[in-house]
Ligand binder design. Structure first.
Ligand code: SF4
Length: 351
C-alpha cells in the first residue's frame, strides 16, 4: 500500500544541531536563549517550524510503503540520492510494545558484504547528521510513529561515518530534542575495528554508558567470513574478538547478529565454532537472522525452521539466542535488503 508522497522537509539543516548548537547560533542572530530553546523544542516535539527559522530544504520524502508489519520510507536529498529507513513495530518477549526505527548512516556502502543488497550500490556518500536525524523526524512527525528505539542497521556501515553518527547520537539523546535514552540506541557494525574503538571511547564518556552495540558476525571462521564479508581480510576475527572484549570491559552488553545463509554458514559444526568463539564474551546475546535474498542472490532464502535449528544448536552450547522473525521482506525492507529501490517500490504499489 502506498502511504503518501509528502512535501519537502525544509528544516533539515537545523536537525543537525543539538539544542546547545541551536541556541548559540540563535543568540548570535540576536534571538533570546529562552525563545530559541522554545523553537527547538517545538520543532522536535511538535514538528512545528517558526517563521524565524529560515530553514533550507535538503530532503523530501520520496515514497513510503507499508505492509502491516513494517513501514519503509525513502528520503531524497537535493543531490538526488535516496536514503532508506524502516519502522518496525514489535512486541518484546515481555509483551511490551516497541517501535524501533532502523536508520541509514550512508547512501550505499563500501563494505561489500556479498549477501547484502546495499553493497551492490557501492558507497555513494556518507549521510550528514541532519540526514540521520531527518529519518527520526520523518518517522515521528510525517509517518506518525512513536519511535522508542533507534538502530543503526539501515544502509551503510555506521563506524565508517563515525563523526556524523556520533553527532546524530548527541542530537538523539538531547533532552530538548528527541530525548531518546542512550540505552535505546544501538549501533551495528560488521566489525570495523577502528570505529569500534571510537564507539567504545564514546560509550565511556559521561551519560553515554548504556549505548548499545551489535556486531554482525555471520560466520564461524575467517575463511567463510572473508568470503562473504571482505572487511574481514583486514579486520579479522581475532581483532574483532579483542574489540568486543574491550567493549565488554565495563559490564556492557553485546548483541551478535548471525545471518544464516543456506549452504554457507548453516551447519551444526558452524554453530559449534561460533559457540567456541564467543564462549568468553560475557553478557552476549546472539540474534539469529534467516537470510533474506538480495537481487540476483546466489543463495536461496533461509527458512524459519533452518534458522531455528541453528539457534537450537547454539543454545545447546549454553548461549543466549533468539531468532528474528521475517519482517519487511515483501517491502525489500528486511535486513540486508535496503538499496536501489525505485523499481521495487513500483512493484509493491501495483500489487
Ligand atoms: S551488510 Fe551492512 S556493512 Fe555489509 S554491505 Fe550491507 S550495509 Fe554495508
Amino acid at each position: 500500500m502506498l502511504l503518501a508522497t509528502q512535501p519537502p522537509l525544509r528544516m533539515a539543516p537545523i536537525l543537525g544541531l543539538t539544542s546547545d548548537d541551536f541556541v548559540a547560533s540563535a543568540q548570535a542572530r540576536g534571538v533570546a536563549k529562552t525563545k530559541a530553546l522554545c523553537q527547538y523544542r517545538e520543532l522536535f516535539r511538535q514538528g512545528s517550524v517558526s517563521n524565524e527559522m529560515t530553514p533550507t530544504g535538503i530532503l523530501a520524502v520520496a515514497r513510503s510503503v507499508a505492509d502491516g508489519q513494517a513501514t519503509k520510507f525513502i528520503l531524497q536529498a537535493n543531490d538526488g540520492l535516496e536514503l532508506e529507513s524502516v519502522v518496525l513495530p514489535i512486541e518484546s518477549r515481555s509483551g511490551r510494545q516497541r517501535c524501533p526505527l532502523c536508520v541509514s548512516s550512508q547512501i550505499g556502502c563500501a563494505m561489500g558484504c556479498t549477501f547484502c543488497e546495499t553493497a551492490q550500490m557501492g558507497r555513494l556518500r556518507h549521510c550528514l547528521p541532519e540526514e540521520i536525524i531527518a529519518q527520526w523526524y520523518t518517522a515521528t512527525h510525517e509517518i506518525g510513529a512513536t519511535i522508542t528505539n533507534i538502530v543503526f542497521m539501515g544502509m551503510g556501515e555506521p563506524m565508517d561515518n563515525f563523526d556524523h553518527v556520533q553527532k546524530a547520537i548527541e542530537i538523539l539523546i538531547d533532552r530538548n530534542g528527541p530525548c531518546i535514552a542512550p540505552s535505546r540506541i544501538t549501533v551495528s557494525t560488521v566489525g570495523h575495528i577502528k570505529g569500534m574503538a571510537r564507539y567504545t571511547q564514546l560509550a565511556n564518556t559521561s551519560g553515554m554508558g548504556r549505548l548499545g552495540l551489535a556486531v554482525s558476525l555471520n560466520a564461524p571462521n575467517d575463511m567463510i567470513r572473508s568470503q562473504i564479508m571482505p572487511l574481514n581480510k583486514a579486520n579479522n576475527m581475532a581483532s574483532l574478538h579483542q574489540a568486543m572484549q574491550n567493549w565488554l570491559v565495563r559490564r556492557r552488553r553485546l548483541l551478535i547478529e548471525y545471518v544464516v545463509i543456506p549452504n554457507v554458514n548453516d551447519q551444526k559444526e558452524h554453530a559449534q565454532e561460533v559457540a567456541a568463539y564467543i564462549s568468553d564474551l560475557p553478557r552476549t546475546t546472539v540474534n539469529v537472522i534467516p537470510y533474506n535474498p538480495r537481487r540476483n542472490s546466489p543463495w536461496p532464502a533461509c527458512s524459519d525452521q533452518a534458522a531455528s535449528q541453528f539457534a537450537r544448536w547454539l543454545g545447546e552450547q549454553g548461549n543466549k539466542v533468539f531468532v528474528r522473525r521475517h519482517r519487511g521482506r515483501r517491502l525489500m525492507a528486511a535486513c540486508g535488503q535496503l538499496g536501489k529501490q525505485p523499481t521495487k517500490v513500483t512493484q509493491i504499489q501495483s500489487q
